[in-house]
Each structure stands twice: as structure tokens, then as C-alpha cells.
Design a binder for this molecule. Structure first.
Ligand SMILES: Cc1cc2nc3c(=O)[nH]c(=O)nc-3n(C[C@H](O)[C@H](O)[C@H](O)COP(=O)(O)O)c2cc1C
Length: 138
């Protein structure tokens, strides 16, 4: 059974390229080995990540991610069974959440994943991906 899981968290410390690269390096290796795909949106002090894969594997990974000291306030936004993956081609796509993104500007200050409903955040994620640039793994 395949599921998708969306969560939001707050970065601990500045979101430097070094931190991002380190997270993505681990993610690409681990996710490939465990059949997990998804997208990591990052910026504005936030992480917004969608994980897809076998339910047990995604749950196990989410447990590890929650324990990661590089972020805090991890909050589950949406969880559903899926028939088809949306990010089947990416072991972890990456999108920068820039303050200049039209979508964030338009939505501001409503762009607050901590108060939005899960389905609204799923819809906003789709909007972000239309505006953003997913970067495929090396
Ligand atoms: C925002 C964020 C997203 C992460 N995404 C993933 C991921 O998709 N896959 C992964 O294996 N690790 C990811 N990690 C790293 C894990 O939290 C953890 O450090 C890694 O799986 C190694 O776990 P271990 O130290 O228990 O072996 C992420 C970490 C953060 C802070």
C-alpha cells in the first residue's frame, strides 16, 4: 500500500546550502534504496516535504526525520493512500521557497502552513510546483 505524507517544520539555524546539500545527499541515497520519492520545499525558515512510498517505509523515515535536530515543530499536514505517485521520477526533488515567488507574495500572509488545512496545503504545494523549479537528483 502506497501513501503520501506532507509535513511542515521550522529550520533550526539558517538554511544554508551546506545544510540543504547534506539533507539532500542523505535523502537521495536512502530514498532510492527504499523506494521513497517526493519533494522538499525549503526557504523562509520552513521545510515543507512530501514523502511518497510504501506506508511502513514512509512511516519509518518520518520517525527519523522528526528526530532530526536540524529542524523543529514538525507537524503532519496531510496523509493519504495513493494509487499513483506524483514524484515517481525524483528520489527527492528540491524547490526553493523564495520570498520573491509570486505565489508566496500573493498568498502572504496567508502562506502559513501551520494554520492551513491539509488539503489546502496540498493545493498550495501544487501551485508552488507550478511556480518553482524542481531539481532532479544528480
Ligand atoms: C527537512 C529534512 C528532510 C529530510 N528528508 C529526508 C529524506 O527524504 N530521506 C532521508 O533519508 N533523510 C532525510 N532527512 C534526514 C533524516 O532526518 C536523517 O538525518 C537521516 O535519515 C539519517 O538518519 P539516521 O541518523 O537515523 O541514520 C531529512 C532531514 C531534514 C531536516
Amino acid at each position: 500500500m502506497q501513501i503520501s505524507l506532507l509535513y511542515v517544520s521550522r529550520s533550526v539555524g539558517p538554511q544554508t546550502t551546506t545544510v540543504t546539500e547534506s539533507i539532500l545527499k542523505t535523502a537521495h541515497a536512502h530514498n532510492k534504496a527504499h523506494g521513497i520519492t517526493g519533494v522538499l520545499c525549503q526557504g523562509q525558515g520552513l521545510f515543507l516535504q512530501l514523502l511518497e512510498g510504501e506506508r511502513s517505509k514512509v512511516n519509518r523515515l518520518f520517525g527519523r526525520i522528526m528526530a532530526d535536530s536540524r529542524h523543529k515543530d514538525v507537524e503532519l499536514l496531510h496523509f493519504e493512500e495513493i494509487r499513483q505517485r506524483r514524484f515517481g521520477a525524483w528520489s527527492m526533488a528540491h524547490v526553493e521557497l523564495s520570498a520573491l515567488d509570486p505565489m508566496i507574495q500573493l498568498q502572504h500572509p496567508e502562506f502559513d502552513p501551520y494554520s492551513a488545512s491539509g488539503p489546502v496545503m496540498m493545493a498550495q504545494l501544487s501551485e508552488l510546483l507550478r511556480a518553482g523549479l524542481p531539481i532532479s537528483p544528480p
